[in-house]
Design a binder for this molecule. Structure first.
Ligand SMILES: [Ca+2]
Ligand SMILES: [Ca+2]
Length: 393
C-alpha cells in the first residue's frame, strides 16, 4: 500500500504540480480550490468567535493566519504528527466546539484533538476525533460548553500522510453569556432515572416509575400511578409528583415542552385531577398555573380562577404541549401561550402568572381529589425548558 502511494506521489510530482516538501504533493489541490478561494467560510451549528491571535507549532510557509482569512484556498500547514495551532480569544469566553475546513478534506480524514486553556500554560483535552474525509467545507465538532481563553487543535496525521493542514478554523461559542439563550433544563428521563428532577413526592418508588415503554421521546418516560390514599406530604388530596425547582421569578420568560398520555383506563371523575402545575413558593392559595382534568375535559387555569383554555380529554394517545409563559404578578405584563400537538391553541393571553413577591416551581405527575377511587395512571415525557421556541423544538 505504501509503495502505491509513493508511486502516485511521484507521478503527481512529475506532472509538475508540487514543488519541494509541501503538502500539495499528493493532489491537484491548486486548480480544485481556485473557484472557491474567495468564499466566506460558512459554518453549521457554530456561532464563530473572533480571535485575537493565532500561533502554531510550526509551518512550511503556509502560516497560521491563513486559517482566519475566509479563503479556503489558503491554509496553515506543518509536517508531523502532534503539530498544533492555537487560537487566543483575547479573554475568557464560553466555547462549545470548533469548526474546521480541512485542506483536501474531501480526500483524506485527519486525526485530531482539541484542548483548551485559560492561561496558555495548562491545557485540558475536550475533544478527540477524526474529520469525515468527505468535504472541504467546514465541519463543526461540538463538545461540552466551557469557559476558556485559548483553544488548541492538535493534528495527528491524516489517512494519507502526516501533514497537518487546515484551510480555515473557527472557535464556536455562544453570542451572549451562557445563561442568555438556549436550553435551560431537560427533564426527559433519558438518564434512565428521576435524577434530572429536584425531588419527588411519592408514597413508594413504583408510583413514579421510569419506563422504556410507552416513551414519547428517546428511550424513557415516566409512569405515574396514584391510588386512593396516596398522600406522601400529608396535605390535601392524593398525589405522586415530581418536583423541579425551576424558580421562575418576576419578569422571566420561558418556553416549556412536554408530552402527556392518559392511560386508556384513566378515571372519569367529576372533580379535579392535576397533571402539571406551577406552584408558588408560598403555602396558601391555588397554584398560579394549573393543567388539570375534570370529567372528560382538560383545562388550563391561571391565578386559581381563570380558565384560559380547555379541550376534550383524550386517552391512550400522547399529547404534545409547548407552553410559553411570561412570569409576572402584573396581569398587563404576564402572559401564557399554548401549542398542542403542533397547533397554536391559545394565542398569547395576558394574565397574572405569579403572586407578587414569590417565585414558582414546577410539579408534574398526578394530584387529584382524595374522593376518587379508581387507580389513575398518566405518563409524561420529554420535558424541556428553554429561552426560545427554537430551543424546545
Ligand atoms: Ca484560509
Ligand atoms: Ca424520554
Amino acid at each position: 500500500m505504501k509503495k502505491t502511494l509513493l508511486l502516485v506521489e511521484s507521478l503527481i510530482a512529475l506532472a509538475g504540480i508540487g514543488c519541494g516538501n509541501a503538502d500539495d504533493l499528493v493532489s491537484g489541490e491548486p486548480s480544485e480550490t481556485l473557484g472557491v478561494a474567495s468564499d466566506a467560510l460558512t459554518t453549521q451549528n457554530c456561532v464563530p468567535l473572533s480571535t485575537l491571535s493565532v500561533i502554531a507549532s510550526g509551518n512550511d510557509g503556509n502560516v497560521p493566519g491563513n486559517t482566519r482569512d475566509d479563503q479556503l484556498g489558503t491554509r496553515w500547514s506543518n509536517f508531523g504528527k502532534g503539530s498544533w495551532i492555537d487560537y487566543d480569544l483575547g479573554s475568557l469566553k464560553t466555547v462549545s466546539g470548533v469548526a474546521i475546513a480541512w485542506h483536501q478534506g474531501n480526500t483524506r480524514a485527519s486525526n485530531f484533538s482539541v484542548s483548551v486553556s485559560s492561561d496558555g500554560m495548562s491545557y485540558a483535552s475536550v475533544y478527540t476525533g477524526k474529520s469525515s474525509g468527505t468535504t472541504t467545507a467546514a465541519e463543526t465538532y461540538s463538545f461540552a460548553q466551557r469557559t476558556t481563553r485559548r483553544v488548541r487543535i492538535y493534528v495527528n496525521g491524516n489517512t494519507l500522510n502526516d501533514w497537518a493542514s487546515i484551510a480555515e478554523a473557527r472557535v464556536c461559542g455562544t453570542s451572549t453569556p451562557s445563561t442568555g439563550t438556549g436550553v435551560v433544563w431537560r427533564g426527559d428521563f433519558e438518564t434512565g432515572d428521576r435524577s434530572q428532577w429536584s425531588k419527588t413526592q411519592m408514597v413508594s418508588a413504583d408510583r413514579l416509575q421510569v419506563v422504556p415503554s410507552p416513551a414519547r421521546q428517546g428511550n424513557y418516560a415516566i409512569k405515574v400511578t396514584v391510588r386512593q390514599g396516596d398522600n406522601p406530604i400529608s396535605a390535601s388530596g392524593n398525589r405522586n409528583e415530581l418536583v423541579r425547582m425551576t424558580n421562575e421569578k418576576e419578569g422571566d420568560e420561558y418556553f416549556y415542552r412536554w408530552s402527556t398520555m392518559f392511560a386508556s383506563d384513566f378515571p372519569s371523575a367529576k372533580t379535579w385531577q392535576l397533571f402539571t402545575q406551577w406552584h408558588h413558593s408560598g403555602n396558601t392559595g391555588s397554584p398560579p398555573v394549573e393543567f388539570y382534568v375534570n370529567g372528560e375535559t382538560i383545562y388550563l387555569r391561571v391565578n386559581g380562577s381563570t380558565v384560559v383554555w380547555s379541550t376534550p380529554l383524550v386517552r391512550g394517545q400522547w399529547q404534545d404541549f409547548i407552553f410559553h409563559v411570561k412570569w409576572s404578578s402584573n396581569p398587563g405584563v404576564g402572559f401564557v401561550e399554548l401549542y398542542r400537538n403542533g397547533q397554536l391553541v391559545l394565542p398569547k393571553r395576558y394574565a397574572a402568572t405569579m403572586y407578587a413577591g414569590q417565585t414558582n416551581y414546577l410539579k408534574v405527575g398526578l394530584y387529584r381529589n382524595s374522593t376518587i377511587v379508581p387507580v389513575g395512571v398518566v405518563y409524561h415525557d420529554g420535558w424541556i425548558q428553554g429561552r426560545s421556541l427554537q430551543d424546545v423544538q
